[in-house]
Design a protein around this ligand. Structure first.
Ligand code: NAI
Length: 255
């Protein structure tokens, strides 16, 4: 690895203590990145960091709430200090507060907007200075097939559609600095998030998954590693001409 490449090899993955974020942190480590495993609770990040360390990679557990402007600034500065300038950012942290419109509280609307949109905004704004200085960067945002509308998810669908507009705008603004910005829109991926949804709609997880799989052309549920593989592509150096795109990782077509 030459010096220039070495300088580009620090990634931050938000919401990386569990699920898709954890798989993405592992994948980026396998791809040769030092990885900041960022989540609400630093302690919860330790097992992913330990796994990466055991595999010979470099990782750092970072506790931060992506909706908190000061915490985000501190977290990004700490990553720069301890791992090197972050030139890859994966905005993956997310929450659900599902309900039908007439039962949805304003607090549930606000918290979903805050984590997905404000969180991606604050993290991207803090990290871009390192990317601009390096003349190279990669931002990967997490949308969802729900961006196209999903019953009980007015807040989440609006946030995930918003992520697509945010992605395209950053791609336009940051392209001239060697920074690409893309979004991944996963379909049904087996994580704690879907276990919670099954519970909310009163189904066992197995029945919920079977109902989802029946509609998926490839005939299986997605795994966190399926999403991580798409991120791995977007952050490659030779993906430099791919920007402002939304890639559906859903086992079938969406547009
Ligand atoms: P998950 O619930 O397993 O992981 C989400 C992580 O985000 C958790 O570790 C949580 O602690 C963290 N987080 C939540 N709020 C945070 C905050 N304010 N600051 C920092 N970290 C915070 O969920 P999963 O399934 O891995 O989801 C990851 C992303 O993928 C989310 O953006 C989600 O909306 C999206 N997604 C998931 C799909 C699925 O089927 N599982 C489908 C489409 C999109």
């Amino acid at each position: 690895m030459d010096i220039d490449t070495a300088n580009r090899r620090t990634a931050i993955v938000t919401g990386a203590a569990h699920g898709i974020g954890a798989a993405t942190a592992r994948r980026l480590s396998a791809d040769g990145f030092a990885v900041a495993v960022l989540d609400l609770d630093e302690y919860a990040c330790k097992s992913v960091v330990a796994e990466i360390d055991a595999g010979g990679g470099r990782a750092l557990a970072v506790g931060a709430d992506v909706t908190d402007e000061q915490a985000v600034a501190r977290a990004v500065a700490r990553v720069a200090e301890d791992l090197g300038s972050p030139t890859v950012l994966v905005n993956n942290a997310g929450i659900l507060r599902d309900n039908l419109l007439f039962k949805m509280s304003a607090a549930d609307w606000d918290s979903v907007m805050d984590v997905h949109l404000r969180g991606a905004f604050l993290m991207s704004r803090a990290a871009q200075q390192h990317m601009v200085a390096a003349g190279w960067g990669r931002i990967v945002n997490t949308s969802s097939t729900s961006a196209q509308g999903n019953r009980g998810q007015a807040n989440y669908a609006a946030a995930k559609a918003g992520i697509q507009g945010f992605t395209k705008t950053l791609a336009i603004e940051l392209g001239k600095f060697g920074i690409t910005v893309n979004a991944i829109a996963p379909g049904f991926i087996e994580t704690a998030m879907n276990v919670a949804t099954a519970k909310r709609v009163g189904m066992t997880f197995e029945d919920f998954r079977s109902a989802a799989v029946a509609k998926i052309p490839v005939g299986r549920a997605g795994q966190p590693a399926d999403v991580a593989a798409a991120t791995s592509f977007f952050v490659r150096d030779d993906a430099r001409y791919v920007s402002g795109q939304v890639l559906y990782v859903a086992g079938g077509p969406y547009d």
